[in-house]
Design a protein around this ligand. Structure first.
Ligand code: FMN
Length: 343
């Protein structure tokens, strides 16, 4: 069961906001927590699902196939039987993608039927997803990639703008411009993401025509996120200007927290480094996980983060963040509806 909504004076949050994406995923609100490497574990995803939205366990975060299977079983238990999703992020490394196919098959065996794909077109994953009758939302950063995914037969598309925490691709357009252009060309359900951390932005995205929003950064300091308290305190102290994009010159833009590590990476890039090897350990995922997320050394590691982090002002349970977003969204949409009804 999703958690009941506590009544809030003056704000009537409806019990569900139906869109094509809530119908597709079987959720109450069009609020998606995109897969977050190292952070989207069973507990965080289950918290989002129980709050009435959808979350995606990042398949790449598990150290082994067995660990991944255990994470899925744990999530199933914690989400009280509600469906949850799995994020399959593909990369330019073929070995990674073979591993993602194995993890997809494990997820299907464990009964998962919702997938968020990202990184590259989901071509190698689609036959298995289709055969199982599962749902796939493909996340990309460019309208033309969204159209290609639509033609490929995915069920829905997430389009992210350059404000996205993580890998927003090389497209320089921001979320709302991307969304407005995409809506002229897409007939599939569309989720919009990147830079969204306040409910008034959700109202704007839904008014624009999106069927859902995808968020990440604003949930990074949630109580259920598997990261050290010192990291979470650093995150809630960060404002909208505390992130930066690096590695764009390698064609692999990565928006991260502007910590000491990020500044070293930026300096190397500025000095002309153009291969991953030249950045060495500074861009190592294992180092990010062990030093920053586990040990709380938040000035180390590549900490994916976008400017929506400025809206994360406390370490709170996921359900409270969702509730705040809903209230803010209803307040903003009420204002808009009253305004347009007068004319
Ligand atoms: C810490 C963190 C890790 C992320 N890791 C991944 C990932 O592994 N795969 C992926 O598809 N997206 C990843 N993302 C992107 C999110 O799924 C989501 O699209 C994004 O956070 C939305 O933009 P926002 O951060 O501005 O809210 C990550 C984002 C963050 C903040």
């Amino acid at each position: 069961m999703t958690q009941p909504l506590a009544p809030v004076a003056g704000i009537d949050v409806p019990d569900r906001w139906p869109t094509r994406i809530t119908e597709l995923l079987g959720i109450r609100w069009p609020l998606l927590l995109g897969g977050m490497m190292w952070l989207s574990d069973a507990r965080l995803v289950a918290a989002m699902v129980r709050a009435g939205g959808m979350g995606f366990i990042t398949a790449r975060s598990s150290r082994s196939d067995d660990d991944f299977r255990q994470a899925l079983r744990q999530c199933r238990e914690l989400s009280g039987g509600l469906p949850f999703g799995v994020n399959l992020t593909l990369s330019r490394r073929a070995a990674h993608n073979d591993a993602m196919l194995v993890r997809l098959r494990i997820a299907l065996e464990e009964g998962v039927r919702l997938f968020e794909t990202a990184g590259l077109p989901p071509t190698p994953l689609l036959p298995d997803i289709r055969e199982a009758g599962a749902v796939v939302i493909h996340k990309c950063a460019h309208v033309r990639h969204a159209v290609a995914a639509q033609n490929m037969g995915v069920d829905a598309v997430t389009l992210v703008g350059m404000e996205e925490g993580g890998h927003p691709g090389s497209n320089p357009l921001p979320t709302f411009l991307n969304g407005a252009y995409a809506l002229e060309q897409l007939h599939l359900p569309l989720a919009l993401g990147g830079g969204i951390g306040h409910g008034r932005q959700i109202a704007a995205a839904l008014a624009l025509g999106a069927d859902a929003v995808v968020m990440g950064s604003v949930f990074t300091p949630a109580m259920e996120t598997p990261a050290h308290a010192a990291y979470k305190q650093r995150v809630v102290a960060t404002d909208a200007h505390g992130t930066r994009a690096v590695l764009g010159s390698l064609g692999d833009t990565w928006r991260i927290l502007d910590n000491e590590n990020a500044r070293k990476v930026a300096a190397l890039e500025q000095a002309g480094a153009r291969s991953y090897a030249e950045f060495g350990d500074l861009i190592s995922g294992d180092r990010t996980q062990s030093l920053a997320y586990q040990a709380g050394q938040h000035e180390e590691g590549m900490l994916s983060m976008g400017p929506a982090v400025g809206f994360a002002r406390a370490v709170e349970p996921v359900a409270d963040i969702v509730r705040r977003l809903q209230e803010e969204c209803v307040r903003a949409s009420t204002r808009f509806l009253q305004m347009t009804a007068r004319t």
